[in-house]
Design a protein. Structure first.
Length: 81
């Protein structure tokens, strides 16, 4: 199991205690664009899917981690098609 898969599995099991850097690292791996135009929020986007905006406070609240995981799931689903 690759490191990315292990990280995703841990994130799904326990969506608490993650940092914005962890989400950015996964976004890079899955080709998800992100931007943080001088604000306290990071917006993750992928063509054809609605963007996910995450406050970059530490730690990130579980609701935002779940939204991000849903985005990754949608990206993976498109890649499998």
């Amino acid at each position: 199991m690759a490191r990315v898969d292990k990280t995703l599995a841990r994130m799904r099991r326990n969506p608490t205690g993650w940092r914005i850097e962890d989400l950015k690292r996964l976004a890079d791996r899955f080709g998800i664009d992100y931007r943080q135009p001088g604000t306290s929020h990071v917006t993750f986007s992928y063509p054809g899917l609605p963007p996910v905006t995450v406050p970059s406070h530490k730690p990130i609240k579980p609701v935002y981690v779940r939204q991000f995981l849903r985005l990754i799931g949608q990206v993976q689903g498109e890649a499998d098609e």
